[in-house]
Structures are given as structure tokens and as C-alpha cells.
Design a protein. Structure first.
Length: 174
């Protein structure tokens, strides 16, 4: 393969994957997750004790992975449940996305955006009978360094809402 053919193939591959951008010379610039949009959820990164009221709900370790492109949650509930989420900013649609999976096989897919000091996400699940449940979560970056996660669900397409979880994340001592 000639040098020119290889360069065209690389350029095509970069655009086919959705990540290629061009500079004036026509060579692809590798995508990066370093700009401010990708850093909007960094306030959640850390090791946390999570309280629901005065009760300990669990612990959470939230890390940056893949050169800062993924905010990866590792949850351990005080009653034994575990789960993980992958959170990422998608430059294609300009939204944050979360995919949550727990040790019971529950899956939740959410998307949304940063509004002020809150990352707000919404998504939908289906019950075994086929009815839909709408979920909305907010993660609030509080001035005291804590993070509040507030999760609500609605079985009637948003007419009524019930609090599913209301927790405050406090950093674990190092």
C-alpha cells in the first residue's frame, strides 16, 4: 500500500469512527477528552461514603478511565448490592450518558447535561408487563465538597414522581 493510500485509509477510518477532525494540512487529529465538556462530571471522582439521611447507604469509588474519557463508578451498598456505571460525554450529541449495571442484572441507560452545578440525566426502563418507568437523576456539586444524588421515578410518563434515592456523598478520609 502506498503512503498516500495509507494516509487516505487512516483519514477515512478516523471519520468513520466519528472521532476524526482535520487540521489545515489535512492530517487527522486524534480525539481527546481533555476539554472542559469532558471534565464537567469530575466533581464526582473520588472515594465516598454515601449517606441516605443519617444511615450509611454504601460506599462508592468513582475513577477516571480511558485517558479521562470515562467516569467509572464502583458501588457497594450497605446491604450487599453492588453495581457499576460508565459515564461519558458524547461529542456527537453533546450529552452525557450513563450506563448502570448491578449484580442483579438491572440495567439503566440515562442521558442528559450539566445545568449550573447539577448533572441531570433521564432515561426509561420497562417493567415485566411492558409498562414504562421514567427515571431522572441529578448529581449536585455542593459548595462544601459533598455531592447529592437525587433519583426520582415516574410510572405515568412524568405526571407523578416518587423519590427512589436521595443520598449525600462524603469524601472518605485519605
Amino acid at each position: 500500500m502506498s503512503r498516500r493510500t495509507r494516509a487516505v485509509a487512516l483519514l477515512f477510518a478516523a471519520f468513520a469512527s466519528g472521532g476524526g477532525e482535520l487540521v489545515a494540512q489535512g492530517s487527522p487529529v486524534p480525539p481527546s477528552c481533555k476539554d472542559a465538556r469532558f471534565r464537567q462530571f469530575d466533581f464526582w471522582v473520588g472515594s465516598w461514603v454515601v449517606l441516605s439521611g443519617t444511615d450509611t447507604a454504601g460506599t462508592n469509588k468513582v475513577t477516571l478511565e480511558e485517558d479521562g474519557c470515562i467516569v467509572h463508578e464502583h458501588w457497594t451498598g450497605s446491604k450487599g448490592g453492588t453495581g457499576q456505571s460508565f459515564n461519558f460525554y458524547d461529542r456527537q450529541d453533546g450529552k452525557w450518558h450513563q450506563v448502570w449495571v448491578d449484580n442483579a442484572g438491572s440495567v439503566l441507560r440515562l442521558s442528559g447535561e450539566l445545568v449550573g452545578n447539577q448533572l441531570r440525566l433521564t432515561g426509561e426502563t420497562s417493567r415485566p408487563n411492558g409498562t414504562k418507568v421514567v427515571h431522572r437523576l441529578s448529581f449536585t456539586n455542593n459548595p462544601d465538597g459533598t455531592v447529592r444524588q437525587f433519583w426520582e421515578s415516574s410510572p405515568d410518563q412524568g405526571k407523578t414522581w416518587t423519590a427512589t434515592f436521595d443520598g449525600v456523598y462524603r469524601r472518605q478520609p485519605k
